[in-house]
Design a protein around this ligand. Sequence first.
Ligand code: EPU
Length: 420
Amino acid sequence: MDSLLIKGGVPLRGEVTISGAKNAVLPIMAATLLTREPCVIHNVPDLSDVRFMAQILSWLGAEVRLHKATARIQAKKIKGAGDYDLIRKMRGSICIMGPLLGRLHKATVSLPGGCVIGARPINLHLKGFQALGAKIVIASGYVQASAKRLTGSAVFLGGRAGSTVLGTANVMMAAVLAQGVTVIESAACEPEVVDLVKFLNAMGAKITGAGSPTVTITGVDQLHGAEHEVIPDRIEAATYAIAAAATNGEVTLRGARPEHMHAVLDKLHDAGVKVEREGASLKVSRNGRLKPVDITTLPYSGFPTDAQAQMMALMALTPGISIITERIFESRFMHVSELTRLGADIEIEGPSAIVKGGKPLSGAPVMASDLRASAALVIAGLAARGTTQVNRVYHLDRGYENIDGKLRQLGARVERVEES
Ligand code: EPU
């Protein structure tokens, strides 16, 4: 397995271009299953999760061509069941279920299990499908949804931790071809959901209210092909912004959309980080000394769980105590023990991590268990003295396009070591 060797202590400087958003492109690719006609998606990031989704769509019968940052997909004829192992490998692939149900009135996928960040149930997705008239059967590790016809309905998608991002995407994609009107209450408001709605409406869907907790979908008879440009990845932008602050550097994030990043930018500001708009870019640098901040993750527009680990790395470097509370996923603190290996002083108390920051970090071999935890270790490694070896780079490759190349471009001493 590949690893990243990071020689820390170099302030990041220069410009980095933010790639298309992973969590927008995956459901958008799945949405192409809703039409027989060709679709073209631009600003597609080169990620292993994207290649996975392409494989799943191909397996279902779609023709998929990925070239540079463009995906051309045509799902002329498709089957309603996904490959068990392929789907299980990537939790995000659950979002093929809504489009399959919408178009074919049947969908069979492997039931996604939990993962290192928490239980990850799909009860809300299934509740939404049932509200549209689908029958759900769970057997032999598969979940099957089927319906003679789908009928619009009112459905409340709020759960234990608030709304559900892929659940909202799934129910919307099933409802676009249903008869009548569907109203989703407590819909996810994430920019990735809004981007999906933009694509669906370009395909001929009739959806209003995206970005608010009430989304209304008026069913149509069929959808047509469409062309779409994916929004820039707000979590990738946040990650490079935090890395700039952690190394006391100055980084320009080309294409970052501040309107999608209010909570992160607000906390960075409170932490003593200067973020200036420069045309279509954001320039990030320190504004004097770093200050500790308390953070609670929440659904959008609150602080994103996907930037929690990275912010914890920054707080580990910041003198003082900060409390980081995770409210979305119950066990998303797997990075804590690895940050501790680098010298950080962090204790977990229930859903909160108490970070006693400012201790010097020094490089060590570390291993991350998920994408954002790995990003946090990279940030800590960039700021630490000595060499940090981040193992299992495949986690990073799932969600960060060319991370080592982009970091080198910013002056970091990062090398990818391929295991023979
Ligand atoms: N939940 C339920 N029932 C459901 C669905 C979710 O109780 O049926 C709970 C979850 O257990 C969790 C909360 O609702 O406590 C929110 O989960 P959500 O459904 O919103 O997560 P997701 O849609 O499966 C997406 C992203 C995640 C991101 C979360 C939260 C994709 C492919 N994944 O997951 O991204 O953390 O939203 O914003 O869009 C990542 O990129 O590293 C990542 C994990």
